[in-house]
Design a binder for this molecule. Structure first.
Ligand SMILES: C[S@@+](CC[C@H](N)C(=O)[O-])C[C@H]1O[C@@H](n2cnc3c(N)ncnc32)[C@H](O)[C@@H]1O
Length: 389
């Protein structure tokens, strides 16, 4: 039956009820699924959060279930049952429910397919109005990050049911990552890198939106190449998965330009430095021995900080110039790949030169995509990658 909110007596002492806003949004979207429980004097026995949520929504009356108890002890027992014994959903139960909702909507509304780069003539078919995690988030009034994390948790438990014993969703994901890494390390990654000769500004168009886990690159630094940075930022914003990073080596002289340009498309995260050991360049225009190379980090929102820690000064032994005149030492590159991606992730270097990023990615069991405009470097880079170490 319907009861006016003003008639309901909520006698429980005040305490924190968690996020009432999300519950209110959910009730607004789908209505009140479960009525409140009152005794015959309209004392609220169960459903205090729901009561607060509908009040917040400005409802005047609400569906209630009236218990003919007649005994204070019975009322107390009902409230106790609700508050103590009825367990809230576990992280896994919530995750599975969100994933099932997302899947159902994809089935009904169409799904975006072809998330792997496609370099053939005809692009794969993609429905225009495909269902996305963003839409699930909107429907359920939760963040997109919560949806994507929930789906990852549900998938992890599907693949490894033993993980269900872990209570916290975040811990399930860490344990899953470890299991996956161990598997790839044991079996080896057999996927060949995708390497293309040509201008990245053209080739990158074939990479689908939200499909890359890390862009790590080292563009040429001279003035005549400045126009590349805008294209890099724009395309990175499109192809990176949410919360993933673009890390780029860059020269000292144009650092303000690079920061200005890339922050039009991505968010600034940090500024690392590469410390060159051994012989270094002399910069006569500023009377500097140039030992430090800036490495700005950018991310596509929302921000999700990395699990692993990184020293923001990376030491580079004398870089190997035998392959490429601008070739970078592979050890710092490996550290960046290791810290900012996971085994099996897809890494893109749109200007791979001698191939240090591609090589580091393969050694660390990541999938790699590389583009290079100059045939001479493309050939050298490929040769470098065919070597075992
Ligand atoms: C600094 S080097 C990369 C060096 C590499 N990180 C290594 O360790 O060997 C930059 C490379 O970008 C390539 N490049 C320049 N413009 C490009 C473009 N528009 N598309 C693809 N590659 C490009 C250059 O040919 C050059 O090989």
């Amino acid at each position: 039956m319907k009861v006016r909110l003003s008639e309901i007596k909520n006698t429980e002492p005040k305490r924190s009820e968690g996020n009432i806003y999300e519950l209110a949004q959910s009730i607004k979207n789908v209505g009140l699924i479960c009525p409140l429980t009152l005794n015959q004097n309209y004392k609220l026995l169960a459903g205090r959060r729901r009561f607060k949520a509908v009040k917040k929504l400005g409802w005047k009356e609400v569906d209630c279930h009236i218990l003919q108890s007649g005994s204070e002890l019975y009322d107390f027992k009902v409230a106790l049952e609700e508050n103590l014994k009825r367990k809230p959903l576990t992280d896994v139960e919530v995750a599975v429910a969100i994933k099932e909702y997302d899947e159902l909507k994809r089935k009904l509304e169409g799904e975006r397919k072809g998330l792997l780069p496609y370099f053939g003539k005809k692009p794969p078919h993609r429905p225009k109005e495909a269902w996305t995690e963003e839409k699930t988030a909107e429907d359920l009034s939760i963040s997109q990050q919560s949806v994507s994390t929930a789906i990852q948790i549900a998938k992890a438990v599907e693949e490894h049911p033993e993980l269900v014993r872990i209570k916290k969703g975040g811990r399930i994901l860490s344990a899953y990552k470890k299991l996956k890494e161990e598997k790839v390390m044991q079996e080896g990654l057999t996927i060949e890198p995708i390497l293309k000769l040509g201008d990245f500004r053209e080739l990158i168009k074939k990479i689908p939106d939200n499909s890359i886990d890390l862009i790590l690159t080292d563009p040429p630094y001279e003035k005549k190449y400045l126009e590349l940075w805008g294209e890099l930022g724009k395309e990175a914003q499109r192809v990176l998965k949410p919360s993933k990073f673009l890390i780029t080596y860059c020269g000292q002289s144009y650092l303000p330009f690079v920061l200005n340009t890339l922050t039009k498309y991505l968010n600034y995260y940090w500024l690392g430095m590469l410390y060159h050991k051994g012989q270094i360049a002399q910069r006569f225009e500023v009377n500097m021995f140039n030992r430090a190379k800036p490495i700005p980090f950018f991310y596509k929102p929302p921000l999700r900080k990395q699990d692993k820690w990184l020293d923001d000064v990376l030491i580079s032994e004398n870089p190997s110039k035998e392959l490429h005149e601008w070739g970078q030492n592979i050890e710092p590159v490996k550290k960046l790949v290791e810290c900012f991606s996971n085994v099996n992730d897809t890494i893109l270097d749109p200007m791979f030169g001698g191939g240090s990023v591609i090589k580091a990615s393969l050694l660390l069991k990541r999938r790699a995509i590389g583009f290079e405009k100059e045939k001479k470097y493309y050939v050298i880079g490929r040769k470098n990658l065919s070597k075992k170490t």
